[in-house]
Design a protein around this ligand. Structure first.
Ligand code: GLA
Length: 429
């Protein structure tokens, strides 16, 4: 539930093949799986670490590691002219769903990429430019004695592009342990000083959240946004809150989460759905269910509108189990969005090459996953009004060695694309 929009609330992104639509190597390990030889393994189920605080790849599945299977030549499923292939958005429109991709400035500057986006998608999520590292201004904060939000040129450029091309936008992300500057947590914004107090951090959080929505309004972008990730990646697979590097938690305590949604509920316009977003959702389902139940106001109304499931999946992942997670979370009545969907070849311990066989497996996986989601929507078991892919072409993916996306490195459609388009005859069967 959302309250009023506080009107007038004040003040206040190489070469193309190297443009990763992702900034970091977040694994989506199966905590129950026994690691086998091959790709670098996680010491423990873990993910995350962004530009700001990269996690060493020897502590986690390394998406850039060479696949462990023997290479056989990749067969192309078809060479059909692009204009004869239906668009992804036309398929999702049948279910009243938006469909999106993550976005970088490099993508909008390269016409082959921009054209594929315009054809297929009607929603975008900034890859990096709206993360805390990119919108918090240290000098201005020191000067103001308060945390100051300052939108950056890449963000503005991409939002203008989104508007010019009729794209809706998902905001990503406000409160996160990663890609967040450390200075915001210290007295006087000085990392040599002690941590600020709980009260000061709550006041900074409120001011930060208020400014995000106020500035979107001042810039005239509010109407582009339909959803915003208020908090990203706060829970662990063992059901405990993330403690490591999570200074919001370390200083404020566990109720930093409630406060983040409380403030967002207060300052965000009604038209923007407020989301909690996380990875490894199929292993954290119980924790997430418990958590969202705490995000209520004094009258018991939800302060949250939706649960974002990152959906960084593998063709070896249990598909039925995944759909079951979606259904269980959907039973809360909250909206559910897959927010960063990609399906890597293999498993997190053992990624595979893009052989014809593996790509067919992926095509079928996408076919069944998207088909399964459409079923849940049709049967009204899950409220899902959007789904976002973490990119669309393998060469641009943060997991490019595991070929997780819909077009190959030459922008040729894969079985995966046909799977998403629900064209069973071309999806690799
Ligand atoms: C997480 C974050 C995204 C992005 C991906 C990896 O899932 O939510 O913003 O950093 O990791 O690219």
């Amino acid at each position: 539930m959302k309250k009023r929009w506080i009107a007038g609330a004040l003040a206040g992104v190489m070469m193309l093949s190297l443009v990763a639509c992702g900034d970091k190597e977040t694994g989506t390990p199966d905590p129950t799986a026994t690691p086998t030889a091959g790709v670098t393994q996680a010491a423990e189920p873990t993910q995350t670490g962004g530009d700001a605080d990269p996690v060493k790849t020897d502590q986690k599945p390394d998406p850039t590691a060479e696949p462990t299977e023997e290479v056989t030549p990749t067969a192309e499923p078809t060479q059909e002219p692009e204009e004869e292939i239906p668009s992804i958005q036309s398929v999702f429109a049948e279910y009243d769903m938006r469909v999106g991709t993550c976005l970088t400035t490099q993508m909008i500057n390269k016409s082959v990429l921009a054209d594929l986006i315009k054809k297929n998608f009607n929603s975008v999520t900034m890859e990096n430019s709206m993360k805390p590292d990119y919108i918090l201004d240290k000098n201005a904060s020191i000067e103001a004695g308060d945390l100051v939000v300052a939108f950056n040129a890449d963000m503005v450029k991409m939002l203008d592009w989104a508007r010019d091309n009729n794209m809706a936008v998902r905001g990503h992300t406000i409160i996160w342990h990663s890609q967040t500057p450390k200075w915001i947590f210290h007295e006087n914004f000085d990392t040599n000083a002690p941590f600020a107090s709980r009260e000061v951090m709550l006041a900074r959080m409120e001011s930060y959240i208020r400014q995000v929505f106020a500035q979107l309004d001042e810039y005239g972008y509010t109407d582009l946004f339909y959803a915003y990730d208020v908090v990203n990646e706060a829970w662990m697979e063992d059901g405990k809150i993330r403690e490591e590097m999570n200074y919001w938690y370390q200083i404020i305590g566990e109720d930093y989460l409630w406060h983040a949604f409380y403030y967002a509920d207060q300052y965000a316009p009604e038209t923007i759905d407020l989301y909690y977003n996380d990875y490894n959702e199929q292993y954290k389902t119980d924790a997430l269910l418990k958590f969202v139940d705490t995000l209520v106001d004094e009258e018991g109304n939800y302060l949250i509108d939706g649960i974002g499931l990152q959906a960084h999946l593998y063709t070896g992942d249990d598909l039925k189990g995944y759909l079951n997670t979606v259904e269980r979370l959907g039973a809360t009545g909250l909206k559910i969005e897959l927010t960063e969907l990609d399906v890597s070849l293999g498993t997190w311990q053992n990624t595979l090459y893009g052989t014809d066989e593996n790509l067919r497996t992926q095509g079928k996986y996408y076919y069944e996953l998207i088909g399964g989601l459409f079923e849940l929507v049709k049967e009204e078991k899950v409220k899902m009004d959007a789904l976002t892919f973490w990119g669309f072409a393998d060469g641009l993916s943060w997991r490019k060695n595991a070929s997780p996306l819909l077009y190959d490195t030459m922008y040729i459609p894969k079985y995966a694309l046909y799977g998403v388009l629900q064209m069973e005859e071309k999806a690799g069967y």
